[in-house]
Design a protein around this ligand. Sequence first.
Ligand code: PA5
Length: 436
Amino acid sequence: MIKVNVDISHALPFVDGNAFKGIEKEVSAAHRSLIDGSGKGNDFLGWLNLPTSIPAEMISQINEDADRIRRLAEVLVVIGIGGSYLGAKALIDALGYNYPMIYPNPDFPHVLFAGNNLDEDYHYDLLKILDEKSYAVAVISKSGTTTEPAVAFRLIRDHLERKYGKTNVGFRIIAITDKSKGALKKLADAEGYRTYVIPDDIGGRYSVLTPVGLLPVAVAGFNIENLVNGAKEMQDHLSGTFTAETNPAIRYAAMRNALLRNEKAIEILVNYKPGLVYFSEWWKQLFGESEGKENKGLFPASVTFTADLHSMGQYIQEGRRNLFETVLSVDQPLNELRIPLDADDTDGLNFIAGKRLSEVDKMAELGTRMAHTEGNVPNIRISVPVIDAEVLGQLIYFFEFACALSGYTLGVNPFDQPGVEAYKGKMFSLLGKPGY
Ligand code: PA5
């Protein structure tokens, strides 16, 4: 059953109805090119049928490796950057507890991330933690040549060898990389690390349902079968329907393109759950890297309400009118908490005594939508009943599919990222890398 609902009724008044119908036709054409594989970047469509083609043996193998890591390590360090860590971080944060003391799941290894920046203090602090904890490492790089994870792996391998002895570290390392290319693959073969392959035809930001995302999520103790099943359900649903009315990905892609053509060039993904902050980061990479090229694309931004209503809320309500909101709305929390009655009512809050916190949160969401749409901020609402592995699987596939449709509608190749290379050349020449 599809649990993701896309409501564009509070965005429609901001676009011309006929123009929207025209864009819907363009997105339906993009849908055809995606499904028949005739669009740009069609050598990177491995993600399209991935959910229905993940072998059951691979899931079992990942769960077995996760069990093995759980037995030998208190911490799993996931080394990777961009698409090689954001999906795992997004899922573990969304499914786990909110506070570090019981984060992410008290009975399973803590999953810590490295190699997604070059900050010395961040990595110094990590090594301090690793001095005290037993640990294993998942080093993830599709190209096997990205600087940040390679530097972090060098630091952590050195730490592992000093801590456990040079000949005693191989079984603590899992490499997830290309099947044949790259320095990481060479090292993994030479040292005999357990490896998983990132398929050639799946780019980093579309790789969360490969071992890149599945292994760390399984180690953290979450159900990867349910995650993949959710994605399968969404794959079946989106591949077979062709109108904005029946296909939520067409509806979403058509509306964001319609708004872009109406000078709404910034899309803000809004959530009301701190546990979804990294889901927004994953979404930003997906859309930013897929669409931001050839001087085109929406700028993907994100906020977490109600916290950011007290910071970015002012701009959204009254700043430059070039933005719209896409609210990721979760109907039900997992736990129940009611606001107590206070005999003195000194804070004047007895008018909400007895209500659940989520009822108040929902009124904040509704009130914010009313205020922001009155302030000329169109609102797309993507709602789900709860956050669990199945729903997250549906959401991930939904956004991947919608992103591909949206990129094709813009006229770009949603599967390359030529601009990511620009800074590297400058950095390498400043560092004196031979050949730069
Ligand atoms: O989406 C992408 O392809 C990029 O963001 C990559 O994930 C990121 O640059 C990391 O690359 P790699 O996995 O090759 O180290």
